[in-house]
Design a protein around this ligand. Structure first.
Ligand code: ADP
Ligand code: ZN
Ligand code: ZN
Length: 812
């Protein structure tokens, strides 16, 4: 009899621990860490992930697994410890942690198609394949397109899975969930190079001379690139090639999301400042894990520093993860990494289709690429040997996942770097209070870039006190004379102006003139917003819409007055004030259709528009050199939000928006309208001085024991019955308080705040309550909340949801 074979499995169910199963003989050859299995659980069958192979199973009889679902591991063994850490820290079921870390398309694996590569074809023609490989390739070629499922069905011998895997690794075949042939997405482009010695003399026209000069200057330039300078380039090339002045080659190019080819670039020589930063990180590599905060205004060359470090790591045979906020991917950063690293990178973000995402994931898992650039989920990229992790714009709120596993990718980047013994670099022009506090307390080392590469100063910011215009008539209250004068000047010079207001819609506060009640959503505890373009009142939380001619739900009056203003109204005012200007609006409404964002970005870049009105979508990452004026309609909007981070977010937002001005050759100007010109946040934003902001903010956080001076967990309780939610929230708080007393931890300062109703009391018909648990000791908060979750009184009640948000970001 053979030795029994056990595996430890994390099941995808809301349970915290892992379970041991037995593997029947015929499945033993397929069980490896990181693969999925199908297991019985109670009277259900569920998916699980193999974590380890324990020697024995003590105390009970293990059940048999039913099947092995994968033919290759979905994540490397090294990542299991990381998953366990996440499960423990975020108090979240391990199986669900793993599920959240993997792309959601896994289950459609079998519809993937198999294609033969050019290399595979060549090998076949040369007769240099093994009989098995030959058989598979011929089968595929007869049946294009051939699904993986079909292939496996026709080759039932047990080794087909590993054979396919081997062939994919050898580049003989390619497996893709996108139902396109290999190569369909590969774009080729003609590139012009200088040739060594001209063989023949040709007549030198002005244009030919110009072309040769350009080629000489750039060493290598695409035909598209050439045509931008010389529209008739195509016709000029041939004689010059024949005479041996230049050469033409075909090269694979990548396209940026705007559809333009990304040409390979060569790294610039680093400035002294950059060199110092790079050397510092490299000199420290021996020490393994080392976290850095790279602070430097926009345009100071941070991205070049990242690319230089990444290249170094990759040359040493390790991998690099580069995290960027979602929005940066459709702008610059991806383009620049592509230009530098070409096909060596995988890109992960939310606008990929499931198939595309799977393909990217596969490239990583198979080791075909060693750089990944992506939004927050890229922190889980299944690399085995990570050499560096970069988090650009580390302060950005899009790193925080707000549903399911509520993790912060910026924080996880640091943890993963620790497990991998490698450096992690958090970069920002406006660092988060948390990261800067880590510098102050010597947990992070600060690296600084203090000058802009182009030596341009930051844009000048002028404050306009809105109180002056409180009683003004006409548009002056919203677009003050100071702002409108600057817009005029900007337009007359032929430049672009960006007008920022972080609130969309036309009228944001519709009020009944008869009874005085605001028009509220039927399902949420917020007022609705009038959207003139769509002809509806809409709720921004749940999407519920009411017709524009609605009568007041309270008193049936038809006199609803559209007070308050959003981007749509500002747009219409600007149209009236500047009838000669071309306008575009960029907010969630104008970009909801697929492709709309890119279209708008393109019109801005091609300068087919003079004034751009938008929300924070416009604040980040974009680089439009023609914008010379930024107008901020109301700088205080986010200041009054009841959240201890309101000030931090406002500062970051204002500094980022201001930074959109003057990125080109002309110095930028910013008009910031505010009701609170003396407020320290507004003052610091005006000077774009992060340190000043931090020094004012930190003492206040410390006094109130807010993060980063404490660890906080928010318990979010919601449900459709107000009474039940309230009662359950009470029970949760009672259990917490009792546990705290029992354990005699009163001496240590764990605070339990609540239960209280959330600031937004209802969303989508669900009533919301919350409890905050905070303490200076991370372990105590964690232990207390875990003990509470295990308490019998907390057993899941039907219709009630209890979500645990560790390090919550939005407290609303
Ligand atoms: P940041 O990421 O801090 O905003 P970037 O890395 O984007 O700064 O640099 C700003 C601009 O300066 C970019 O156009 C970049 O190509 C250029 N740049 C950066 N470093 C150098 C360098 N060492 N030499 C020349 N140009 C550089
Ligand atoms: Zn009314
Ligand atoms: Zn609603």
């Amino acid at each position: 009899m053979t030795q029994p074979f056990y595996i430890s499995v994390a099941v995808s169910l809301p349970v915290m621990k892992s379970y041991t199963y037995k593997v029947p003989d015929h499945l033993q050859a397929f069980c490896f860490k990181g693969r999925r299995v199908l297991v019985p659980f109670g009277n259900r069958r569920v998916t699980g992930y193999i974590l380890s192979m324990p020697e024995s199973c003590e105390g009970f009889t293990a059940k048999n697994i039913l099947d092995v679902l994968d033919d290759h591991p979905l994540f490397p063994e090294a990542e299991i410890l990381f998953f366990k850490w996440i499960s423990d820290y975020y108090i979240h079921p391990l199986g669900d942690v793993i599920k959240s870390a993997l792309p959601s398309g896994l289950d459609c694996h079998d519809v993937s198609s198999v294609f033969v590569t050019q290399y595979g074809q060549d090998r076949l023609n040369e007769g240099r394949l093994t009989p098995g490989e030959e058989q598979v390739i011929e089968f595929i070629l007869q049946r294009q397109p051939c699904t993986l499922k079909k292939l496996k069905k026709h080759h039932k011998n047990i080794t087909i899975n590993s054979l396919v895997r081997r062939m994919e690794r050898k580049d003989l075949i390619i497996i893709s969930a996108v139902l396109k042939k290999d190569g369909a997405k590969v774009k080729k482009e003609k590139f012009i190079l200088q040739s060594d010695e001209p063989k023949l003399a040709v007549r030198m026209s002005k244009k030919r001379e110009k072309l040769l000069l350009l080629v000489k200057e750039k060493k290598e330039i695409s035909l598209t690139g050439l045509k931008m300078h010389i529209p008739t380039a195509s016709a000029l090339i041939k004689p010059l090639v024949q005479a041996g002045y230049i050469k033409v080659i075909q090269r694979q190019v990548f396209r940026d999301p705007l559809g333009d080819p990304v040409e390979p670039d060569t790294p610039p020589k680093l400035t002294q400042e950059q060199e110092k930063v790079v050397k510092r990180v490299q000199g420290n590599l021996r020490n393994g894990f080392s976290p850095y905060l790279l602070s430097g205004v926009t345009g100071s060359g941070k991205t070049e520093v990242y690319m230089s470090l990444v290249r170094d790591v990759v040359e040493k045979g390790k991998s690099a993860i580069v995290l960027v906020p979602e929005i940066s991917l459709i702008s610059q950063t991806e383009r620049r990494f592509r230009a530098r690293f070409g096909e060596k990178i995988a890109v992960i973000h939310s606008s990929l289709t499931r198939g595309e995402l799977m393909d990217q994931w596969r490239k990583i898992a198979l080791g075909k690429v060693n750089i990944v650039i992506g939004a927050r989920s890229a922190v889980f990229a299944p690399f085995e040997k990570i050499g560096i992790i970069v988090v650009d714009e580390e302060h950005d709120s899009s790193y925080k996942q707000e549903t399911g596993l509520r993790y912060n990718a910026r924080d996880l980047a640091v943890v993963r770097a620790k497990f991998n013994n490698c450096p992690v670099i958090l970069g920002s022009a406006t660092p988060s209070v948390q990261s800067y506090q880590n510098v102050v307390s010597n947990r992070f080392e600060e690296l600084k870039l203090e000058t802009r590469i182009n030596q341009h100063p930051l844009p000048r910011i002028t404050l306009v006190d809105l109180k002056k215009y409180k009683d003004a008539r006409g548009y002056d209250r919203i677009i003050t004379p100071e702002l409108s004068k600057q817009i005029r000047i900007c337009l007359d010079k032929g430049n672009q102006a960006l007008i920022f207001l972080n609130r969309r819609g036309f009228a944001t506060f519709p009020v009944c003139r008869d009874c005085g009640k605001a028009l509220a959503c039927k399902y949420c505890d917020v007022t609705m917003t009038l959207h003139k373009g769509q002809n509806v009142y809409r709720c921004h939380l749940c999407g519920y819409a009411r017709p524009v001619n609605i009568k007041c739900p309270e008193c049936n009056s038809s006199k609803i007055q559209p007070l308050g203003f959003g981007t749509e109204k500002v747009e219409s005012m600007l149209k009236t004030l500047f009838p000669d200007a071309r306008l575009v609006r960029m907010d969630q409404d104008s970009t909801s259709q697929k492709g709309a964002t890119i279209k708008i970005l393109k019109t801005i870049r091609n300068r087919n528009v003079d004034i751009i009105v938008g929300t924070q979508m416009l604040a980040k990452g974009h680089d439009f050199p023609s914008i010379t004026l930024v107008g901020i309609i109301c700088a205080d909007l986010s200041l009054s939000i009841p959240d201890f981070r309101a000030g931090e977010r406002t500062f970051q937002l204002l500094a980022q928006v201001a930074g959109r001005a003057g990125r080109g050759e002309i110095e930028g100007k910013v008009i910031m309208q505010t009701y609170n010109p003396g407020h320290f946040i507004i003052e610091a934003a005006k000077k774009q001085d992060f340190i000043e902001f931090f020094q004012n903010e930190a003492p206040y956080r410390k006094a109130l024991m807010y993060p980063p001076f404490s660890r906080m967990v928010q318990l979010k309780i919601s449900g459709t019955s107000f009474a039940k939610v309230k009662a359950y929230a009470g029970t949760v708080a009672d259990v917490l308080k009792a546990l705290l007393e029992n354990e005699g931890k009163q001496k240590n300062q764990v605070q339990i705040l609540g239960p209280i109703e959330a600031s937004i009391q209802k969303i989508s018909s669900r009533f919301r309550w919350q409890i905050l648990v905070k303490s200076s000791s991370s372990a105590q908060v964690n232990g207390l909340v875990k003990a509470m979750m295990d308490h019998p009184k907390i057993a899941i009640k039907s219709g009630i949801r209890l979500a645990v948000d560790v390090d919550p970001y939005f407290l609303m």
